[in-house]
Design a protein around this ligand. Structure first.
Ligand SMILES: *[C@@H]1O[C@H](CO)[C@@H](O)[C@H](O)[C@H]1NC(C)=O
Ligand SMILES: *[C@@H]1O[C@H](CO)[C@@H](O)[C@H](O)[C@H]1NC(C)=O
Ligand SMILES: *[C@@H]1O[C@H](CO)[C@@H](O)[C@H](O)[C@H]1NC(C)=O
Length: 344
């Protein structure tokens, strides 16, 4: 299990590597307020004190998926959704970074190059979604009943999320493996809306430039992020869609090969406070795109909506692959904190 406090104490350098990729995963440093966790909780939580209705996640299951944070900054666990930001964060394909494009003469990336980079992200997230679909198979025994040892979680930080190179690990509990696939897919989905101009608006007080690319302001989830699809996304990508060229210690100057490109620094809407009552407050500190009122809310709202869409798709796909009766039992096994007795 990856505890942030451990990272901080033992290898201070890596905390930077581990935590810069937003939306934020940890709480309390680098402007992060565990945004991924809060977005995921907002998307999936059951009303306090209520059991699952077949869609919402009960607390222990949700803690393992979404992550946890302590009152003390940097304590808690990144969870499955935060895991692409663990030590040695995953590359641009896990966060939909480096797919930048500006419709201006001489821009260093062509539309096709940017779309190809975005395709890498989508393919990566499809692969993780598939891990979740395959992972639930081991939850049932040969007479199609829930196996307690594969589904029962004792606390909200139980599942490991260090299977970055392994997509179908069979050592861990089936529930953990499925949640890791789904969580890693959700990370990229959520990042897409904070790292791109899909939902946001440009600063109308400044001319269009690499520092102020157009905002598409689209009020719906991106069709090409339907992770059940296969094949090329290129016909579904708006011409002016862009993410940002990412650099670890991001800043106004970017890294050398981000020069003259739209950077993550210019594009991101990563930081703010997301509360479980639905209040969303932007943090303008060092996030230029948050200077446009509403941009953080647009990004978070789209991330929540798309997280819920992904879960609907995952439920549909599990039922399609395994049939309705088995599928419903597997879905129940993912969201119930007492699956052996409830998911019958
Ligand atoms: C599957 O699990 C159920 C419930 O625990 C049990 O009654 C049944 O015997 C198991 N079937 C097999 C084939 O192990
Ligand atoms: C793309 O954005 C540019 C401004 O950078 C604008 O002139 C152009 O009309 C936009 N193209 C499309 C297809 O929306
Ligand atoms: C939601 O919770 C936050 C933090 O506790 C609080 O500041 C805010 O006023 C609340 N919003 C509503 C609408 O109750």
């Amino acid at each position: 299990m990856q505890r942030n406090i451990f990272v901080l104490v033992v290898v201070p350098y890596f905390i930077l590597l581990a935590t810069c990729k937003p939306f934020g995963t940890v709480n309390g440093i680098l402007g992060q307020h565990n945004e991924h966790e809060m977005i995921s909780r907002l998307a999936f939580q059951c009303p306090p004190g209520q059991n699952t209705d077949g869609i919402c996640f009960e607390p222990i299951s949700l803690g393992n998926l979404a992550g946890t944070h302590g009152v003390i900054p940097l304590t808690g666990d990144n969870g499955m959704v935060g895991s692409p930001d663990d030590i040695f964060p995953e590359g641009p394909e896990a966060h939909c970074d480096d797919a930048d494009f500006l419709d201006a003469p001489g821009y260093p990336m062509t539309r096709d190059q940017a779309t190809a980079q975005l395709q890498r992200c989508v393919d990566h997230l499809r692969m993780r979604f598939g891990q979740a679909v395959r992972g639930v198979a081991r939850m049932l025994n040969s007479s199609d009943h829930i196996i307690e040892d594969q589904t029962e979680l004792d606390d909200d930080e139980e599942c490991d999320h260090n299977h970055r190179e392994t997509t179908d690990n069979t050592n861990d509990k089936a529930k953990c493996v499925a949640l890791e696939g789904f969580g890693r897919a959700l990370h990229g989905i959520q990042d897409f809306y904070s790292h791109s101009n899909w939902a946001d608006l440009a600063n109308s007080n400044q001319p269009t430039s690499v520092q102020n690319p157009p905002g598409l302001g689209l009020p719906y989830t991106a069709p090409f992020l339907d992770l059940r699809l296969t094949g090329s996304i290129s016909s579904q990508v708006p011409y002016n869609l862009s993410t940002g060229c990412y650099f670890l210690l991001d800043g106004p100057n970017g890294r050398s090969d981000c020069r003259n490109r739209i950077t993550h620094y210019s594009m991101n809407k990563d930081h703010g406070w997301v509360y479980l009552n639905g209040t969303i407050v932007a943090d303008a500190d060092d996030v230029p795109r948050n200077e446009v009122p509403g941009n953080f809310v647009r990004a978070v709202t789209a991330a929540v909506e798309d997280s819920q869409r992904q879960w609907e798709h995952l439920r549909d796909e599990i039922r399609r692959v395994y049939g309705t009766a088995k599928g419903n039992r597997m879905i129940c096994g993912l969201i119930s904190d007492d699956p052996a007795s409830i998911c019958v």
